[in-house]
Design a protein around this ligand. Structure first.
Ligand code: TYM
Length: 344
């Protein structure tokens, strides 16, 4: 039996949200609401894999929820909640810790990047992180996960965990009357012109929450119009005019990044942007991009500020979302316990 379509995605409240999070994830969550059952999570348990000051964690949890709402997620259509309110995420992650292999985890490039030379000294949670991510997704039998490019390897691991669970427990799954596999093999949804937004100071480096190298490298969702404009005008570029076709961007990472950002903000394609701006220099393109960015991000930043100033509304959304998520999670987790052989 095919699995009913369901979307799940999550964002860590571990740093200030930036344009990459918006274009690679949040913005793309919004239209999916009209097509699928969607669940959007603030993954606070993922965030504590590296140290978070408790008050910062709370504030950022509200901020991610505020960004969801400000971007147009509708808590009536979608389930919006924070991960730690639904304990089954942690429970399923433990089961998956016992399904996933050490070698699979050790291959994760994001772990290697984050741990660096310090791998003996990072938390065990950071190593097991992708197993919790697989639990987030599979707890709801999610079929589609919209994310940025950097999450691709974690989604491949999620597929491996689902397949191994389905295989290892196939007899138990069948004995309990389930028709075929218990978990779907989830599809990553990595689409659009800005699935990997790069630093404004270095077109070969991903824009990231943890980039402390330069304030000017990152556009934050809470930036005001002046900051956005200044950062775009000072963005690193090359001296050539923009090409008329996408092929001309190949060896020009900074130009490619700005054109991708423009296309994503304007809901259009890279080709369409180049047919308008091909042959023009950055003296023309950058002010146009800054104006577009301010017009899209400005109203959302204002709404985020309004929401976090009085978090009652956010708290109610998260509580209601957690109640709805818990109903789905409890049902599936009861089946999973039974499949694994836990006595109840
Ligand atoms: P996180 O919190 O690092 O990022 C949240 C989302 O933003 C995307 N993203 C980007 N997209 C384009 N360009 C960038 N520079 C950029 N930086 C970040 C990420 O790809 C992501 O979609 N492991 C996840 C959180 C998570 C999750 C999940 C996601 C936990 N459980 C289940 C999906 C499903 C993470 O650390 O995202």
């Amino acid at each position: 039996m095919p699995f009913p379509k369901r979307v799940f995605s999550g964002i860590q409240p571990s740093g200030d949200l930036h344009l990459g999070n918006y274009l690679g994830a949040i913005k793309r969550f919004v239209p999916l609401q009209d097509e699928f059952d969607c669940i959007y999570c603030v993954v606070d348990m993922h965030a504590i894999t590296v140290w978070q000051e408790p008050e910062d964690l709370k504030r950022r949890t509200y901020e991610v929820a505020a960004a969801y709402l400000a971007a147009g997620l509708d808590p009536k259509k979608s389930i919006i909640f924070n991960q730690s309110q639904v304990a089954e995420h942690a429970e399923l992650a433990w089961v998956f810790n016992c399904v996933a292999r050490m070698g699979w985890m050790a291959r994760m490039t994001q772990f290697k990047d984050k741990a660096g030379k310090n791998s003996e000294n990072v938390s065990l949670g950071l190593f097991a992180y992708p197993s919790l991510m697989a639990a987030d997704i599979l707890l709801y039998k999610t079929t589609h996960v919209p994310v940025g490019e950097d999450q691709k390897q974690h989604l491949e691991l999620t597929r491996d965990i689902a397949a191994k669970f389905n295989h290892d427990f196939s007899a138990s799954i069948a004995a309990r009357g389930h028709d075929g596999d218990y978990f779907p093999i989830t599809e990553p949804v990595i689409t659009g012109p800005a699935t990997r937004v790069m630093s404004l100071r270095d077109g070969t480096k991903k824009m990231s929450k943890s980039d402390s190298s330069s304030e000017m490298a990152t556009i934050y969702l809470m930036d005001d119009a002046d900051a956005i404009t200044k950062k775009i005008k000072k963005a690193k570029t090359d001296p050539e005019p923009l090409p008329s076709e996408a092929k001309g961007l190949e060896a020009r990472p900074e130009a490619a990044n700005l054109v991708g950002i423009y296309a994503a903000l304007a809901d259009t394609t890279i080709d369409a942007v180049l047919s308008q701006y091909g042959g023009q220099g950055f003296g023309v393109f950058k002010p146009a991009l800054a104006e577009l960015a301010v017009s899209v991000l400005g109203p959302q930043a204002a709404e985020m500020r309004r929401l976090v100033a009085d978090p009652g509304e956010i708290e109610a959304v998260l509580r209601d979302g957690a109640d709805r998520a818990r109903v789905l999670a409890e049902k599936n987790m009861a089946e999973i316990r039974d499949i694994v052989g836990f006595v109840r």
